[in-house]
Design a protein around this ligand. Structure first.
Ligand SMILES: Cc1cc2nc3c(=O)[nH]c(=O)nc-3n(C[C@H](O)[C@H](O)[C@H](O)COP(=O)(O)OP(=O)(O)OC[C@H]3O[C@@H](n4cnc5c(N)ncnc54)[C@H](O)[C@@H]3O)c2cc1C
Length: 310
């Protein structure tokens, strides 16, 4: 066994002993299994954490050793490089998947699927989360990214967030502490784990909420390449422009690098046509950025998060 794999195995054994039944630990876990792109090399130690106590114990242990873990949600905004991730990757599960309706509030664990939380709100006759129905992320990832669609965004509906701070304390942050902006939150500036979110919604007409969600779902299916693996829109929208239209007008629709292709259906997406590597995707991103800069003098900033080593 090579040195890297041996070190990974020792790390996994230590973490499993530390967390016991409160976690499942997977050694040398392919990240391609945990990203909607279906791309990514192995994580040394992939840990599914089931309780708050175990999360704190793991967080403190890793930080003490100088290796902050990477927290992932549904992996729908992530590109993991081919060499994978050294150290610990954490995915929340167990208590972090709970969803509860209390009056006009929905309380959701960070691991809950955004779609499930939006559907729960709909069934309870609560309006506000209609925009979120087709976004394939977790609650944690959605708040971190301030995910949005069809004129709505997480910033409009998040009331409070429970976070594990870099010092290992659980704290409640209010909406104003979260520094929401376009596809941004202040959570991106530090090392915090989102563990639970309280959404402030309003009573509405369940039939109308359902109809709006169905309309958004149809519009999404008509425009987006949902039949192919991707990480959604690759680039943030520059003020005054639409990325898809610019990329299409630059003649880049359908352009390929290896297994990665600028989607033929929506030029703001890059899709994995089979066997794409992170290198293919990154080369294609660079090609698009270069051409758009030449044609429009606009710098496209990536929305997706790129992690791991080559
Ligand atoms: C087909 C498709 C359509 C999409 N449509 C949209 C859309 O309409 N609008 C939109 O905004 N996005 C869209 N996306 C992108 C993506 O779904 C969102 O960005 C989503 O919010 C990411 O959530 P996630 O759980 O998958 O996060 P991940 O991709 O797993 O992680 C994203 C970032 O969040 C961090 N993170 C995740 N969970 C936590 C946590 N608990 N605590 C702290 N940090 C955390 C990660 O470290 C990472 O930096 C789409 C993606 C796809 C594949």
């Amino acid at each position: 066994m090579d040195e890297k794999k041996l070190a990974a195995q020792q790390l996994c054994q230590r973490i499993q002993r530390l967390l016991g039944a409160d976690a499942s630990v997977y050694c040398w876990e392919p990240m391609s299994r945990h990203t909607t792109f279906g791309i990514g090399g192995p994580a040394d130690c992939f840990v599914e954490v089931k309780t708050e106590q175990a999360l704190r114990r793991l967080w403190m242990d890793c930080c003490r050793k100088g290796h902050e873990p990477l927290i992932i949600g549904a992996g729908s905004n992530l590109l993991v490089r081919g060499g994978g991730i050294r150290g610990v990757v954490v995915k929340l599960t167990g208590v972090f998947s709970a969803v509860e309706v209390v009056g006009e509030r929905v309380l959701a664990g960070a691991a809950a699927a955004l779609k499930e939380v939006a559907s729960t709100a709909c069934m309870a006759g609560l309006t506000g989360l209609e925009f979120a129905i087709g976004i394939p992320g977790s609650i944690g990832g959605a708040v971190y990214m301030n995910a949005g669609a069809y004129g709505g965004q997480m910033a409009d509906v998040v009331d409070r967030v429970r976070v594990l701070t870099e010092d290992g304390d659980y704290c409640e942050w209010s909406q104003k502490d979260l520094g929401f902006d376009y596809r941004r939150s202040s959570l991106q500036d530090g090392s915090h784990v989102i563990v639970r979110v309280a959404f402030g919604l309003h009573s509405g007409d369940a039939e109308q909420i359902k109809a709006t969600m169905e309309d958004y779902t149809l519009r999404r299916a008509a425009k987006q390449p949902l039949d192919l693996p991707s990480a959604g829109s690759v680039f943030k929208r520059p003020p005054g422009h639409y990325v898809g239209a610019m990329v299409e007008a630059a003649g880049l629709k359908g352009v390929r690098v290896g297994g990665a292709q600028v989607s033929e259906k929506h030029a703001g997406f890059i899709v994995n046509r089979g066997g794409a590597s992170a290198k293919d995707v990154l080369e294609l991103i660079e090609l698009v950025q270069t051409e758009i800069r030449k044609k429009y003098a606009v710098d496209l900033e990536t929305e997706l998060k790129v992690v791991g080593e080559d």
